[in-house]
Design a protein around this ligand. Structure first.
Ligand code: ADE
Length: 241
């Protein structure tokens, strides 16, 4: 997969050299390129923003600069992603869908955002454009949201996570539940014991216990997820939990 990130702060994306994403790049699974938007400015001050029409606080990013950059970076069939607090919320489902794309272009806005004509223009030109938010809070710009997207997507690419099974059981996975609590050695720590069932070696009982814990957690912390569960996804035991 190729990913181009456009930003006025390329250094913000430095963590993408580390850990699994860094390894995916070294392995050639992920071709990640970070660009400085100011390389597409034409004035002496390398200006990327201006005051908003209609008045109000803050500055808006200019469509001409973004247009020049995106015209250069977009390829036929590329998916343009625009992080913004007013976008649709990024979910594991979105991450799986985006992981199927061959080329992503992430355009990080700053200040009050990017002139709305940029999204409008590329949509009209037939480019797939997704405005996404990583949650109901406001960041200073799209860079952290780009980091989140790239990490969430990169770990779904074949060959990035060593054991593909670990992608199945985790929170927001196929079961639609949060993940059960996990434990390792020592079996007793500061007076707290690992639940006996996990030491029992009884695989069916362990699976049932984990499922019950996942259901309890989800009910407590994310009742919205529990409510969204398909009736068919619950077995007879689940209903008793
Ligand atoms: N830019 C600023 N806040 C954001 C958010 N919550 N999600 C995505 N991009 C953003």
């Amino acid at each position: 997969m190729r990913v181009d990130v456009l930003t006025i702060f390329p250094d913000y994306l430095a963590p993408l050299r580390l850990s699994l994403v860094g390894k995916a790049r070294e392995a050639g699974i992920l071709d990640l390129r970070v660009h400085d938007l100011r390389d597409w400015t034409t004035d002496r001050h390398r200006t990327v923003d201006d005051t908003p029409f209609g008045g109000g606080a803050g500055m808006v990013m200019r469509p001409d600069v973004w247009g020049a950059a995106l015209d250069d970076v977009l390829t036929p069939g590329a998916h343009l992603l625009l992080p913004t607090p007013s976008g649709e919320v990024l979910t594991q489902r979105t991450a799986h869908a985006v992981a199927q794309d061959a080329h992503l272009v992430v355009a990080c806005g700053r200040y009050e955002g990017i002139d709305a004509r940029v999204a409008e223009h590329y949509r009209a030109a037939g480019v797939r454009v997704t405005e996404y938010s990583i949650g109901d809070y406001v960041l200073n710009g799209g860079e952290v949201a780009a980091l989140v997207l790239v990490e969430a997507v990169a770990r779904l690419l074949p060959g990035v996570v060593g054991n593909p099974h670990s992608l199945v059981e985790e929170s927001h996975g196929e079961a639609g539940l949060l993940e059960y609590p996990v434990y390792t050695k020592p079996p007793s720590w500061r007076g707290l014991d690992v639940p006996d069932v996990l030491l029992s070696g009884h695989h069916a009982r362990i699976a049932r216990w984990r499922r019950d814990e996942a259901l309890h957690r989800t009910a407590q912390r994310r009742p919205d997820m529990l409510a969204a569960l398909d009736e068919g996804a619950l077995d007879r035991h689940d209903r008793e939990v």
